[in-house]
Ligand binder design. Structure first.
Ligand SMILES: *Cc1c(COP(=O)(O)O)cnc(C)c1O
Length: 482
């Protein structure tokens, strides 16, 4: 964070970059926004981007590229095999993580697929600090079971715990004693824990997890997709590393882990992914799946242009001025909403601001998908597209019962280097209005519920007429405002 003290005594985010290419946005009238929500089955994944004002669905593949990334793309070396572009990316990963082998994949979930194909068997138990949607689907598809061993405090919606992504090491010991080490193919730690609000783990915790795994000969796998945020938080929240560079912290993390995988749609500001390891045996165990599912070993489904952009993007990930913009904006949103009484996850994490729909819509039962209803209501009220991260993002058990999520969140992602502070303030303003009118918002029910990853493409409809009441209240309060 740039060390700038303001005369006014206020503190606000300060971007250490300037905008040099822009894309025009449109803000449609609320009636048109309602129609768009109806056409998309009250699922923000199904909205058309042309109808969206601020796209805060995700940070995946939509982070802004730098001039250096764009320039590097022109230098891409187009070859199926042995491209110099691949070597540059590989060398950058060796430089950052100090691990020799790299298996490219077209995105993060493809890396998860390979890891699960290689190591998960029917009956496998795979512990993690917290699951991620696509990873869990891959584990389950191979016949394995995911066990979450997040420290209990991580699920407290409001706290001042700086590391809510920390793993419960004694619980791992107990699990090993219960199920036997032979059933645990690996332990997965997720940086910047996505589904619980972009919350980091501490390096001290990662080291403890690593020691416990290695004592029992279990591999430690790091999901580094949201590594940049986690590096930032270790630097600013873990006193031992206040003077370390983020590069040194990244290396210290890598030194504790056996396999690292990542989505370069997040880490590296590009589009791609891959798996890194220093263990030749693991490398060979996974290698065959790359040409089978992704592409040859020197591109893995990525275009050479994207690989060049990722190489430079990874470099920028080690620049504190470049990675703190997201966390600063998120902290601003969370602080402003929290002070206004709008329930949000605290402390602020990376990835986005997370609105607590369970409390925002405390008149709705979880079976009516409060987070999905709130995501739709936010879009209707503002044209801001967020993402449901609650019960709708869960999957039914084989017997059809529906697990209720630990948290009902609407994530307003802050893609890195994309939005301005005034746009973010607009989103905050509309959320405050919606909160003042929250009793209007009702629940949702399924119209079409897919079996697999239903949140991506399932369709719902409102219970009652709340959507029309919301539009009427907006018009009564704001006249002909957009
Ligand atoms: C996005 C994400 C993934 C999957 O990456 P994709 O590139 O979207 O397939 C995996 N793990 C975490 C933590 C993520 O945030």
């Amino acid at each position: 964070m740039p060390k700038v003290t303001y005369f006014s005594g206020e503190t606000f985010p300060l971007e250490m970059h300037k905008v040099r290419i822009i894309q025009k946005l449109t803000l449609l009238p609320i009636e048109v926004r309602l129609r768009a929500v109806q056409d998309s089955g009250y699922n923000t994944f199904l909205l058309q981007n042309k109808d969206v004002f601020l796209d805060m669905l995700t940070d995946s593949g939509v982070n802004a590229m730098s001039d250096r990334q764009q320039a590097a793309m022109l230098l891409a070396d187009d070859a199926y095999a042995g491209s110099a572009t691949f070597t540059r990316l590989h060398n950058k990963l060796i430089e950052i993580f100090g691990q020799r082998y790299f298996l490219p994949a077209h995105q993060g979930r493809a890396a998860e697929h390979i890891l699960c194909k290689a190591y998960v068997r029917p009956g496998s138990i795979v512990p993690c600090n917290y699951h991620f949607t696509t990873w869990k689907a891959h584990v389950t598809e191979q016949g394995g079971t995911v066990v979450e061993l997040l420290k209990k405090e991580g699920l407290e919606v409001n706290s001042d715990n700086p590391f809510k992504g920390n793993f419960d090491v004694p619980a791992l010991e107990a699990l090993i004693a219960e199920v036997g080490v032979e059933h645990i193919p690996y332990v997965r730690m997720e940086a910047g824990t996505n589904l619980i609000g972009g919350q980091p783990f501490s390096l001290a915790n990662l080291r403890e997890v690593s020691a416990a795994c290695h004592k029992h000969g279990i591999k430690l796998v790091l999901d580094a997709s949201l590594l940049a945020d986690n590096l930032h938080f270790i630097k600013v929240r873990e006193p031992e590393f206040a003077d370390a560079s983020v590069g040194e912290i990244a290396r210290a993390m890598a030194d504790t882990t056996d396999i690292i995988y990542f989505s370069a749609r997040k880490l590296g500001f590009g589009r791609g992914g891959g798996i890194v390891t220093d263990d030749e045996v693991s490398y060979k165990e996974m290698r065959g799946f790359v040409p089978m599912y992704e592409g040859f070993l020197t591109y893995g489904g990525m275009s050479v242009r994207e690989m060049e952009a990722i190489t430079v993007g990874l470099d920028e990930t080690l620049d504190e001025d470049m990675i703190n913009q997201g966390p600063q904006f998120i902290a601003h949103i969370v602080k402003t909403l929290d002070e206004a009484g709008v329930p949000v996850i605290t402390p602020p994490g990376g990835l986005g601001a997370h609105v607590d729909a369970m409390r925002f819509l405390d008149h709705l039962p979880q079976e009516q998908y409060p987070a999905a209803a709130l995501a739709s209501a936010i879009f209707i009220a503002s044209g801001v597209r967020g993402m449901e991260r609650g019960t709708m993002s869960e999957q039914r058990e084989p017997d059809g019962t529906e697990p209720l999520a630990d948290m009902e969140l609407v994530r307003l992602a802050v893609p890195r280097r994309v939005f301005t502070l005034s746009q973010v303030n607009y989103a905050i303003d509309r959320l405050m209005w919606l909160h003042a009118n929250r009793k209007i918002v009702g629940g949702l029910k399924w119209v079409e519920e897919p079996e697999l990853l239903r949140f991506f493409y399932g369709r719902l409809e409102p219970i009652g007429d709340w959507h029309n009441e919301l539009v009427a209240k907006f018009r009564a309060d704001f006249g002909d405002s957009l």
